[in-house]
Design a protein around this ligand. Sequence first.
Ligand code: C5P
Length: 399
Amino acid sequence: MDSLTGKKIVLGVTGGIAAYKAVEIASRLRKAGAEVHVVMTREATEFVTELTFREITRQPVSVDMWAKVTNFNVEHIALATLADYVLIAPATANIIAKTAAGIADDMLTTTVLATKAPLIMAPAMNTNMYENPVTQKNIAELKSRGVQIIEPASGALACGTSGKGRLPEPAEIVQYVMDFAAGEQRLKGRKIIVTAGGTVEPLDPVRYLGNRSTGKMGYAIAAEAAKQGAEVLLVSGPSNLPVPTGVQTVRIQTAREMQAAVQAAYAEADAVIMSAAVADYRPKTVAAEKIKKSEDELVLHLERNPDILYGLGQTKAQQILVGFAAETCNVEEYAKKKLVKKNLDFIVANDVSASDAGFAVDNNRVQLYFRDGRTERYPLMAKADLAKVILEKLAALLP
Ligand code: C5P
């Protein structure tokens, strides 16, 4: 599918000089088959008139929350409900900040807060405003909530400077929306098991062996897979993250519990993505009472946990298997060995010795090694974006 036939799109236009480009965006969305409802901020009306959008879209244009009521629908709720997608282009630093903070003080922000439709934003502003840490923090926050951010282009800006912050060409923005709409249901009807977080291996009633995994990567994958239409089973070790919408979650503690939960759903699954940091060892005995300290050394005897993914690889039928390799050195060599040994379709490898990527942070920098020998290297990116990459690669391998 490469058209937007029958889709209802709320196009939010905010007050930047690039607002004039939104006219072409509205026109192209319509030509792609969408019904376009424009919501402008007051500031946007200083740059382009409501009339222009009304003529282009053949739909009423909303600006004012308190305009005379013409029907009984509460307008921002009606728009929020009818939207298949909400696209904000251009998105100023202001609307980005308001959306990140949950502020609803005009028609557009109220619609955004009230909608359950996917939100796509195309930031456009002066480079310094874009690069300002608070804007970057807001963008990261929005991404982590699943908002699609269209990277601004670099080039000459209206303020006379040059740099990152230009609104991409309308054709590119509309293409992004079309790709998103096509990708959204790419995994429809597929059953995908995702494991996340670390396992916890008890030592006595109050102590355990664990690791630093927070589950961020796995939760991002689970959320994205559900968004793309998959039936997702998330098998998660302890994690403080909220359960993603539309995802069935099983909480486990130990590696053996994780193995049992994965095995129970494996036969029916189309794919397993093992992003969990599974403990390789567990205490040989779990003390019934709290272990008391003494003056002596404490020696713990550990025994091997099952390698869950290896086991899945041994009995693999139709399932696509994706593993992770968190390494501190020789990343390529170790990852490729695991790919073969565990009978995987591809492995996501990362160097966890880097402080800006890997465990417990929002970003990751990975290489993908495929069964057919291909290697793909990616720059530092948000885990939410990496989830999309992983699922795109997975979708391409599904029969
Ligand atoms: O061998 P290593 O632990 O580095 O392999 C990592 C991959 O194997 C990850 O995908 C991890 O989830 C999985 N794994 C597993 N069972 C284990 C250890 C790791 O499934 N006991």
